[in-house]
Design a protein. Structure first.
Length: 237
């Protein structure tokens, strides 16, 4: 059997929203598994964006910097980006794109990495200040910590993953995009956008490797509750 293309993640979305904010995997280790993807950093200190094998951090104001290999993370998902589908796009909102791309997927039961390059008439982004100790659930803290900001008439790249609903305990179900602008100055988690012209590249992934976090917070966390807050935390449209 040919080797399956794999998506790798450390931590789970449920561990992240249930306050497991420190991980045990370094950026250097994650690089072995991928050159494309998204995540966050220990203490949820900004948004991670991995594009063209460069690991960026967007600080709370969305300013990008390149991340050192020794930084550890509580949640990240990456692949070695190798798309098999490529199509041009015109005039798509996030909602339009969701419908359009889902129809392009060969199966609704696999995982996908999605890159979209293009011109955005508007894009609404989010980043955040780090979680204060003592750690509390993200649904309690994020409304005060996050900052939203928008850009208009910019060129940039959406870096995304799509997970099927049956994996919602592990990762955000549906689309999850982060963004970097073409100058690699500004980025963040994507809440909404209007794309005027672009190109989408899709990689289908049929293998999933998950590293669980080897610390007391993960070992003792309630990892089943809180899924209902994922939409509120990650999807504002
Ligand atoms: Zn995100």
């Amino acid at each position: 059997m040919a080797k399956k293309q794999q998506i790798y993640q450390t931590g789970t979305i449920n561990s992240l929203i249930n306050a497991v904010y420190d991980g045990d995997t370094t950026i250097g280790e994650i690089k072995d598994h991928g050159d494309f993807g998204l995540g966050t950093f220990d203490m949820v200190d900004g948004e991670m964006i991995v594009c063209d094998n460069v690991y960026y951090r967007a600080d709370q104001d969305g300013n990008l910097s390149i991340v050192n290999d020794d930084v550890t993370v509580p949640f990240a998902v990456v692949s070695k980006f190798n798309p098999s589908i490529e199509i041009g796009l015109n005039n798509k909102s996030f909602n339009d794109l969701e419908v359009y791309l889902t129809e392009l997927f060969p199966s609704k039961n696999m995982v996908y990495s999605i890159k979209i390059t293009g011109h955005f008439t508007k894009i609404l982004l989010r980043s955040e200040a780090c979680q204060p100790r003592t750690y509390r659930k993200m649904s309690e803290t994020m409304p005060d910590l996050q900052k939203t900001f928008s850009q208009e008439n910019v060129d940039g790249v959406l870096i995304g993953v799509w997970f099927p609903k049956y994996l919602e305990q592990l990762n955000v179900p549906g689309f999850h995009f982060h963004y970097v602008d073409s100058a690699r100055q500004v980025g963040g988690h994507v809440f909404n956008f209007e794309l005027s012209k672009g190109r989408v590249f899709i990689q289908e992934l049929k293998s999933l490797q998950v590293d669980l976090i080897d610390n007391d917070e993960f070992a003792n966390a309630d990892l089943v509750s809180g899924a209902e807050s994922i939409d509120q935390l990650e999807k504002q449209r």
